[in-house]
Design a protein around this ligand. Structure first.
Ligand SMILES: *Cc1c(COP(=O)(O)O)cnc(C)c1O
Length: 337
């Protein structure tokens, strides 16, 4: 029986066509800047999103870390959502490896950092304080698209106060599809953007950091320091190119399937759907039932992410089709019965 794995959009298998693209990719030593496929990927995303340069890295965590370390120096700080990936879910890397202090700001329910709170957190130039250098946003955030106008408003604040402006755009293409706009319309507000190819886009590995030549030059150096200089990485970049060519528009299918899943679950009285955003559905399940739910779902061949706030997260992706959604709803219904 096929597993229906709804834990995350990171669980996808490379398709046969993607593997074929990887097999035949021209490669070279990327530490020398000589991998043609890596170079093509970096240039392509830079052009598409409106930046001068790009840097291919293994993970979104490394991409964000390199961005923070390239915008900030030792003793600087970045202003970040208290529930943002770059603050909560990256092992404290900016502090551990960059000597950069985070200034977390509690987010509103839509994922925005209230701009009056952001502004109030900017430190005066004074030896008592870390130097406020950077504002970072995340879009999508737990599947939610930030209000489109907010991006320009936050960008205007960053410029007015002399802060750099970074986007953790791990799922920027999900946001673009949801807004019905090109990803460039999102990216245009930022000095740097980190994009994941290994989430909904379905590549096995890879993120790209985008920014100015100067910023990406610094990031390239920090990538080497972090042990991330890679050699014939073009085979991985080829998977990412394939994903950009073939898996962006289809994200709309993931969003539609998430909506179908949420609609099906809303009809079941034992579960409370607390949110359905782009490719993610969130469920509130009483804590004492979570373990039994997990056991039941696994026995039904369905894996869900338990322990996520509010309590269950379901994510649609490349390897989930309509029949899988129907089977998942049936499995939830059988738990209720
Ligand atoms: C997954 C993710 C990252 C980090 O990506 P990894 O490749 O898992 O390191 C960063 N930000 C957000 C919002 C993510 O979802």
């Amino acid at each position: 029986m096929k597993w229906i794995d709804l834990r995350s959009d990171t669980v996808t298998q490379p398709t046969d066509a993607m593997r074929a693209a990887m097999l035949h990719a021209p490669v070279g030593d990327d530490v020398y800047g000589e991998d043609p496929t890596v170079n093509a990927l970096q240039e392509r995303l830079a052009n598409d999103l409106g930046f001068a340069a790009g840097l291919f890295v293994p993970t979104g965590t490394q991409s964000n870390l390199l961005a923070l370390m390239s915008h900030c120096e030792r003793g600087d700080e970045y202003i970040v959502g208290a529930d943002a990936h770059t603050y909560r879910f990256e092992g404290g890397g900016a502090a551990v490896l960059g000597s950069i202090q985070p200034q977390p700001i509690p987010q509103d329910a839509d994922g925005t950092l209230p701009l009056d709170k952001v502004e109030a957190s900017i430190k005066p130039v004074d030896p008592h304080f870390a130097r406020s250098k950077l504002l970072t946003l995340e879009n999508t955030w737990h599947g939610r698209t930030l209000p489109f106008d907010y991006l320009a408003q936050a960008g205007a604040l960053a410029r007015r106060r002399g802060l750099g402006f970074h986007l953790d755009g791990a799922r920027i293409f999900n946001a673009a599809i949801a807004y019905g706009r090109p990803a460039r319309d999102i990216a245009q507000h930022f000095d740097s953007v980190s994009v994941c190819l290994s989430k909904g886009l379905g590549a096995p590995v890879g993120s790209v950091l985008l920014g100015s030549e100067e910023l990406i030059g610094k990031a390239r150096r920090w990538r080497k320091v972090a042990g991330g200089g890679w050699r014939q990485a073009g085979m991985l970049a080829a998977a990412c190119m394939y994903a950009l060519d073939n898996h962006v528009e289809r994200l709309a299918e993931d969003h539609a399937r998430a909506a179908t899943l949420a609609d099906g679950l809303r009809e079941l009285p034992g579960f409370t759907v607390t949110g359905c955003h782009t490719n993610m559905v969130f469920l509130d399940v009483p804590a004492e039932r979570l373990r039994d739910l997990d056991t039941h779902m696994r026995a039904s061949g369905v894996r869900v992410s338990i322990g996520y706030l509010p309590s269950v997260r379901l994510v649609t992706h490349l390897d989930i089709d309509d029949a899988d959604v129907a089977r998942a709803i049936d499995a939830f219904r059988a738990f209720e019965a």
